[in-house]
Design a protein around this ligand. Structure first.
Ligand code: SIN
Length: 311
């Protein structure tokens, strides 16, 4: 019997296929197509303290094998989210990973305090890497000091054992160095990678296509960047579990991230084209692992690091 179970920090999941934050809201639309309990977890859209309308439109542009977005963390704010989305997700029986984002270290502290006594949450994804903030200085994960401060604030205020998954950007010189900082600050696991900062110029209007000018690039175009980042971080800290993401569209793609060192995989952009992509990827991944002779997912995590004769 194949064992598909996985864990991130102290949280356990029946299988490694999660939604990616921002690509499925809180799962309502997906629940028309399959039971959310079929997923390893639903990762909610990063929620902020206050309601937020996001950036001006246009906010999306197609790119070769990818998509550029500049949503700007649109959302209802934590109070409405806790009142409407969490009870609904609990009713579905879903495994819930709540993603949070802040404009300041204090925002992260307040968000953590608001979540500390909420039941039914498996883990917190702390998004310190949104590329679509007005002030690039607010991309906490671009600097070791700010990355550390945001994670420390969550750790101090969340209380108890709720695992913290720090979401990092690949737009840095050394992602392994930032990863080491956030783990030292109290992160139990890492989400790798957020989108890659990009830009598209419309050659007819001769102006940037996105109102926000820059945006986050996702989709298959960034998968090699995700594989590289996961591989580097797993090599530096093999004991720290990774939720991998970045352009996964098939079970083969998910397998590639697992071989690099991911213990679970989030599916994002692929869901826009096919709402059942997550279910297809889950089945393909399981079949691929079995075809390669693995008895469990865990045996395959980081397999690409193992040297011949030491398997
Ligand atoms: C956004 O809402 O702008 C995207 C969030 C993110 O990439 O972290």
């Amino acid at each position: 019997m194949f064992n598909f179970e996985t864990s991130l920090g102290q949280a356990s999941f029946a299988n490694p296929i999660f939604t990616a934050s921002g690509c499925a809201g809180s799962g309502r639309e997906l629940s028309q197509f399959f039971e959310l309990t079929e997923l390893g977890a639903v990762v909610t859209k990063s929620i902020m303290l206050k309601p937020r309308s996001g950036r001006a439109t246009p906010r999306m542009a197609e790119t070769p094998s990818g998509m550029l977005n500049s949503i700007g963390l649109q959302g209802p704010g934590i109070d409405i989210f806790l009142e409407k989305d969490i009870p609904w997700l609990r009713d579905q029986g879903a495994n819930i990973v709540v993603s949070i984002a802040g404009e300041s270290v204090e925002d992260y502290a307040v968000l953590a305090r608001k979540l500390r006594s909420v039941s039914g949450i498996s883990a917190l994804e702390v998004n310190i890497s949104c590329p679509n903030v007005e002030n690039r200085g607010q991309v906490f994960a671009c600097h070791p000091e700010t990355a550390r401060a945001a994670i420390e604030a969550v750790r101090r205020n969340i209380g108890g054992e709720l695992p913290i998954i720090a979401k990092l950007t690949p737009d840095v010189t050394s992602i392994a160095m930032i990863a080491e900082e956030v783990v030292a600050a109290g992160a139990d696991a890492l989400a790798l990678i957020n989108t890659v900062l990009g830009m598209v110029i419309d050659t007819n209007t001769m102006r940037p296509k996105l109102a926000g000018k820059t945006g986050g690039l996702s989709g298959p175009a960034i998968r090699p960047v995700a594989v590289r980042a996961i591989y580097q971080v797993h090599e530096a800290m093999p004991q720290v579990k990774i939720l991998g993401m970045g352009g996964v569209a098939t079970g083969r793609d998910a397998f590639e991230l697992i071989l690099a060192g991911a213990s679970a995989v989030s599916i994002g952009t692929a869901t826009f084209g096919n709402p059942t992509a997550v279910m297809k990827i889950k089945e393909e991944l399981k079949a691929g692992l079995i075809a390669h002779g693995f008895d469990s997912l865990k045996e395959a995590v980081g397999y690409a690091h193992r040297v011949e004769g030491n398997l």
